[in-house]
Ligand binder design. Structure first.
Ligand code: SAM
Length: 260
């Protein structure tokens, strides 16, 4: 990272792709290659890598989204929604008038999601949209809530994505971001480092034949801003009542902000 550059921020020209410095314009293509390669095995890998913990983290996110149970319409935009895991959980937790738009830049991830939604007969409540978090082709003030789970660290211009989140939320709308964070429990940090850099790429190799993609995913976690800095970025994008909650000793953080 160049001198003076904060994690998660970019210089005019360069950004990080894992631990590599790459031109800002190249990052999205490199990220897309990773998710095209892993799309079919993505959800299985989540279970294997996290020992099933990602399910508990996602349940906490869905509880925070709090979709209404009755007939009140509720529109959620799930950005970097991938295979639709968060979206389907929200639809199942909410009432009949809950609708989720799943937006992702990667058609392979969305295709897995579409097939799964049909199999589970949830497709009536979901719309899958190919698009970029940085430039949403969606109207202003059109969603009650915006979620992004394990997605924002892959987006080259995080500040642009946060501003777009604010734009598409209705006044009173809720922004929620689940992302890997900084382990804050002494002892756990070393264990987590060993696991991340040695075990996860090996699981990736065994299951998807691709250790490199999982090495990128682990490295990108280390480059993501610390939770206090990310909370400041959310505030800078215009959100109020910004807060975050560390989960599992800081492995993950749930960030929250409101369009007031
Ligand atoms: C780790 S996956 C998370 C998927 C899902 N949210 C989940 O929690 O299971 C990250 C997703 O971010 C998507 N992504 C990366 N850059 C993006 C961008 N600029 N705009 C929208 N989606 C993006 C990838 O295609 C991928 O599907």
């Amino acid at each position: 990272m160049p001198h003076g550059q904060k994690p998660g921020q970019t210089t005019g020209q360069d950004t990080h792709f894992g631990f590599r410095q790459v031109p800002l314009a190249d990052k999205q293509g490199l990220v897309d290659d990773v998710f095209h390669k892993v799309a079919r095995r993505y959800d299985l890998m989540n279970d294997l890598m996290s020992g099933g913990l990602h399910r508990a983290w996602k349940d906490i996110l869905v509880t925070a989204v709090n979709p209404p149970k009755g007939g009140r319409p509720f529109a959620l935009l799930d950005v970097a929604g991938g295979t639709g895991d968060i979206a389907m959980r929200v639809v199942q937790a909410g009432g009949d008038a809950t609708h989720v738009t799943v937006l992702d830049i990667n058609s392979d991830m969305l295709n897995v999601g579409r097939e799964r939604a049909q199999k589970r007969a949830l497709d009536h409540a979901l719309t899958f949209v190919e698009g970029n978090a940085e430039t949403l082709s969606l109207p202003d003030k059109s969603f009650d809530a915006y979620t992004i789970a394990f997605g924002i660290r892959n987006v080259p211009r995080i500040d642009a994505a946060l501003k777009e989140a604010w734009r598409v939320l209705k006044p009173g709308g809720h922004f929620l971001c689940l992302e890997f964070s900084s382990v804050d429990v002494p002892g756990l940090e070393t264990l987590y480092e060993l696991y991340s850099f040695n075990v996860i790429p090996q699981i990736g190799r065994a299951v998807t034949g691709d250790a490199e993609s999982y090495r990128y995913l682990v490295e990108s976690i280390r480059n993501f801003p610390k939770p206090e800095l990310f909370a400041a970025m959310i505030r800078d994008a215009g959100f109020g009542r910004v807060s975050y909650q560390s989960l599992s000793g800081g492995i993950v953080a749930l960030h929250s902000g409101w369009r007031l």
